[in-house]
Design a protein around this ligand. Sequence first.
Ligand code: FA5
Length: 342
Amino acid sequence: MKEIIEKLRQSFIGDLAKADSSAQVNELRISYLGKKGSVTDLLKQLKDIKGSEKKTVAEGINALKSFVESEIAAKTALIAKREEDAAIEATERYDVTMPSAERLGSLHPVTIIQREVEEIFESMGFTIEDYSEIVTDYQCFESLNIPKHHPARDMQDTYYIENGQLLKTHTSAAQNAIMRKYGAPLRAVFPSRCFRNEATDASHENTFFQMEGIMIDENISISNLIYFMKSMLSEVFRKDINVRLRPGFFPFVEPGFELDISCLICGGDGCPTCKQSGWLELCPCGMIHPNVLTAGGIDTEKYTGFAFGLGLTRLVMMKYGIKDIRMLNSGSLDALSQFTSK
Ligand code: FA5
């Protein structure tokens, strides 16, 4: 019996060496370990062996069975790995470190202009602040002198979250937190994405960018406001553009102004972008209302300040001659890549 066991072992080793796929290994498993397999067959013959020899033979057959089982498991794993590697090899492979033969990615036009404007304000001593896009009702409205049910809220409907927070409608929503963080004197700009529930057209999007600016110090007046607005616009456009300042109502400034620029798409003649008016609202501004300063923890006996809300996305349209604001959120690489030489 000992010789039979050894012979079966050798024949298994030979058969296993020839098996080259998981299907062949499985066939081998059945032919050795299955119900009618050769090892199972040997085990069945045990009952015919009598006396002390039975124990030795049983040990020999069980050792063979364990050997066959472990060799089949090892070969199955080996073949599975080889088959997986071959499948990966056969499919498309990417080398993420390889330089692209296609065109490279580039910055979005809004990012390019945002960085340019940030640099201009930095050179004038302003810091750049970042603030959350999700804010509380207090930050977006109440702290800005817009109590509940104030009609000014109608112009800034937005998307509300179940917990009462909302997607900010304007960058002014960060004013209170920034005043509280730094106190006075203070010079800061804070760009951000803003959201409004509104019908879109050539110059209105539901998601757009603004850049807020505030300057608070002793003796800040409208002259300072006008000086900074003029400096910013001449730096951004680097050419003479027609600007007009007219009274504007915002509960968080007093007095408040609308700063419009002559539409650079039509040269002021009137087009769909400027709604045929020849002017585009770009950067409302004004002297910060004392209630807003007080809410921000600023001493109104000592300090005054101005604030502005630059329509960054509209500025990008004017800089690049983009007729329809919706193109900027379109995700169309063909359209956007025209403006992204940097
Ligand atoms: C405001 O949002 C005020 N927070 C601005 C402000 C700040 C006034 C500080 C005074 C002091 P307004 O809703 O007008 O105001 O928006 C400001 C600018 O953002 C607009 O002039 C325009 O350039 C841009 N803007 C507003 N709504 C949209 C929109 N739906 N799509 C694109 N740009 C918009």
